[in-house]
Design a binder for this molecule. Structure first.
Ligand code: DIG
Ligand code: MN
Ligand code: MN
Length: 392
């Protein structure tokens, strides 16, 4: 045991599909046995995780009878209780069955859209029964290759209709759930609608129940779009819309790798953890820390649990490094230099007095331009804290 070993209070969670990933990929079949959901609960608990998430069909097979469904749910609930685990988040698989080959909520065929609503309501019922308070929508098939197949505005309108419908359903049932929309730019569709967290944040503002809808940004997906995950998450936090987060690792310019958290761009992972943990003094994220990732295809089952422990340990190590970075007096001094307590009040909240005072200032732009900002020193300190040269 050391200080980086995960505990329940760290709020780490994994989807059944993550550690249960059998290692198949578009070019090869599974390399690992399928793991039973109750076994996954036991093993995640032993690894120190707090929660386990699921798509409906991760637990209940697509063609299960009501009786089979109830038995599976009963056994799963017992495993959760036996191993002290919770279900923070649930979601619907609207992408595996061929019926969704042209999308689910945005599909041209209204029978497909009807089936997607039916399946989502049943899955929301399951999530509520398991205690999930966050419900994620990832529209993996909501997109196109032959883009003339539908007006993209129709896709937006249909998705809005579906989410307004399902928000009303969840409220009508009194589930007390919040919805979190997850963006991805492409894969498995050539282009996916609502490709980034920014697109989702605008879309949420057009929903009837926008107060109960937020986002679930994923590291790999924002990175695939060539964006800063940290900036996407910061905008979601600033809007009060970071309802959930999918943590993993990703190399830019690749397919969705869903790698172990922190295993690729460690500096970006550090900056993301620093933002989430609020070590620089800002608001802290207090929701589930979900690792939507899976072990390398090279791994056996033992490797899967090493993967899970690595996700959580790296998060805690980066959190400790961020705390030591922001406690470093040299860092605080460099960041403090950017402030001007006298001038800043004049820059927001227009009124005539303020603007008259502002316009009178002799700001001397050339003198300002000549000043060095010390960011090389600041970033070098970040690298040195990250590499363990400073701090605990
Ligand atoms: C993929 O990134 C998606 C699906 O795995 C799931 O619907 C969602 C929840 O984490 N992420
Ligand atoms: Mn992904
Ligand atoms: Mn995800």
């Amino acid at each position: 045991m050391d200080r980086y070993d995960p505990t329940r209070k760290d709020r780490f969670s994994f989807g059944l599909w993550t550690v249960g990933n059998p290692g198949r990929d578009p070019f090869g079949g599974p390399v690992r046995d399928t793991l039973a959901p109750t076994y996954i609960v036991k093993k995640l608990s032993e690894c120190g995780a707090w929660g386990v998430n699921l798509h409906d069909n991760d637990l209940v097979p697509f063609d299960a009878t009501a009786k089979q469904r109830d038995k599976l749910v009963r056994e799963f609930k017992k495993a959760l209780a036996d191993h002290g685990m919770v279900v923070p988040m649930a979601t619907t698989n609207l992408f595996s069955h061929p019926v969704f080959k042209d999308g689910a909520f945005s599909a041209n065929d209204p029978k497909v859209r009807a089936f997607a609503l039916q399946k989502s309501m049943a899955a929301i019922d399951l999530g509520a029964e398991l205690g999930a308070k966050t419900y994620v929508f990832w529209g993996g098939r909501e997109g196109s290759e032959a883009d003339a197949c539908r007006d993209p505005r129709a896709a937006i309108a249909r998705t809005r209709d579906a989410l307004d419908y399902l928000c009303a359903y969840a409220e009508d049932q009194g589930y007390g759930m919040r919805f979190a929309l997850e963006a991805k730019p492409n894969e498995p569709r050539g282009d996916i609608y609502f490709p980034t967290t920014g697109h989702m944040l605008h879309f949420i503002s057009t929903l009837q129940h926008e107060y109960m809808v937020g986002v679930n940004p994923e590291v790999a997906h924002e990175t695939m779009a060539g964006l800063s995950m940290t900036h996407s998450v910061a905008q979601a936090m600033e809007a009060g819309k970071l309802f959930h987060i999918d943590l993993n690792g990703q190399k830019i310019g690749r397919y969705d790798q869903d790698l172990r958290f922190g295993s690729e761009d460690t500096k970006q992972a550090f900056l993301l953890v620093r933002l989430l943990e609020g070590t620089a003094g800002g608001q802290k994220y207090t929701g589930p820390l979900h690792f939507d990732a899976h072990a390398y295809r090279t791994e056996d089952e033992a490797g899967v649990w090493e993967f899970a422990k690595g996700c959580m340990r790296t998060y805690k190590i980066l959190a400790a490094r961020a705390a030591s970075f922001d406690a470093d007096p040299a860092v605080r001094a460099l960041i403090a230099e950017q402030r001007d307590a006298k001038l800043e009040p004049l820059l927001a909240g227009y009124d005539r007095k303020k603007s008259a005072a502002l316009r009178k200032l002799d700001l001397q732009p050339d003198r300002i331009a000549a000043r060095g900002l010390g960011y090389e020193r600041l970033d070098q300190l970040l690298i040195e804290h990250l590499l363990g040269v400073h701090g605990g």
